[in-house]
Design a protein around this ligand. Structure first.
Ligand SMILES: NC(=O)c1ccc[n+]([C@@H]2O[C@H](COP(=O)([O-])OP(=O)(O)OC[C@H]3O[C@@H](n4cnc5c(N)ncnc54)[C@H](OP(=O)(O)O)[C@@H]3O)[C@@H](O)[C@H]2O)c1
Length: 151
C-alpha cells in the first residue's frame, strides 16, 4: 500500500519496501545503475549500509533519522563507512529545530499543493501511546499526528 502511495500520489519513479526486501544492495543497483546522487536517510542499519555501497562519487547523504535502530538494545552499527573515503561522499546530520525559519518558505508550497503529504490522525490525547508504538510496526500510513482538540 505504501509503495503504491509513493508511486501514484507522490510521483516517485520507483519505490520498494525495505522491510520486505532481502537484497537491498541488489535492489539499489537495479534502480540506480549509475549510483545515487542524493540520499535522504531515515531508516539506518542495513538500509544505510546498502546505500553507502551505491553512492556515486561526490554524492550527498542527508541524515534525518534511523528509525530501524531506536528500539534495538544494541544498534546494528554500519559496516560500509569506508565508502565515504573512496567515493568522497558528503554525509551531514539535520535536525528540525535548526530550520524553524524555513516554515514561511515551506508553508506556501504546502498550501498550493506543490508539497504533498498524507497524515494519519489519531484522535485524542489518550490515543497517543498507541499511535507512538504504531510508528515502529508500520501501523500508520502517512505522518502520524495526535489530534488533542479541534479548534
Ligand atoms: N532530524 C529530525 O529533526 C527529525 C525529526 C522527526 C523525525 N525524524 C525522523 O524522521 C523519520 C520519520 O519520522 P516520523 O516521525 O515522520 O515518523 P512517521 O513517518 O510517521 O513513521 C515512521 C515510519 O518508520 C517506518 N519504520 C518503523 N520501523 C522501521 C524499520 N525497522 N525499518 C524501516 N522503517 C521503519 C514505518 O514505516 P512503514 O509504515 O513502512 O513500516 C513508520 O511508518 C524517522 O527516522 C525519525 O527519526 C527526524
Amino acid at each position: 500500500m505504501q509503495v503504491d502511495l509513493l508511486r501514484n500520489k507522490f510521483g516517485f519513479d520507483e519505490a520498494f519496501n525495505c522491510k520486505e526486501e532481502t537484497d537491498l544492495d541488489g535492489d539499489l543497483k537495479r534502480y540506480f545503475p549509475e549510483g545515487i546522487d542524493i540520499h535522504f536517510e531515515n531508516v539506518g542499519g542495513k538500509m544505510l549500509d546498502a546505500v553507502l555501497l551505491n553512492m556515486r562519487d561526490h554524492g550527498r547523504i542527508a541524515v534525518c533519522g534511523m528509525v530501524s535502530q531506536y528500539n534495538l538494545a544494541q544498534p546494528e552499527g554500519v559496516q560500509n563507512l569506508m565508502c565515504l573515503i573512496y567515493k568522497r561522499t558528503h554525509m551531514d546530520g539535520f535536525a528540525f529545530f535548526d530550520y524553524y525559519n524555513l516554515l514561511d518558505v515551506v508553508l506556501p508550497y504546502i498550501r498550493e499543493g506543490k508539497i504533498k503529504y498524507v497524515e494519519d490522525i489519531a484522535e485524542g490525547l489518550e490515543s497517543g501511546p498507541f499511535a507512538l508504538v504504531g510508528l515502529y510496526s508500520g501501523r500508520n500510513v502517512g505522518k502520524q499526528v495526535v489530534l488533542i482538540a479541534r479548534e
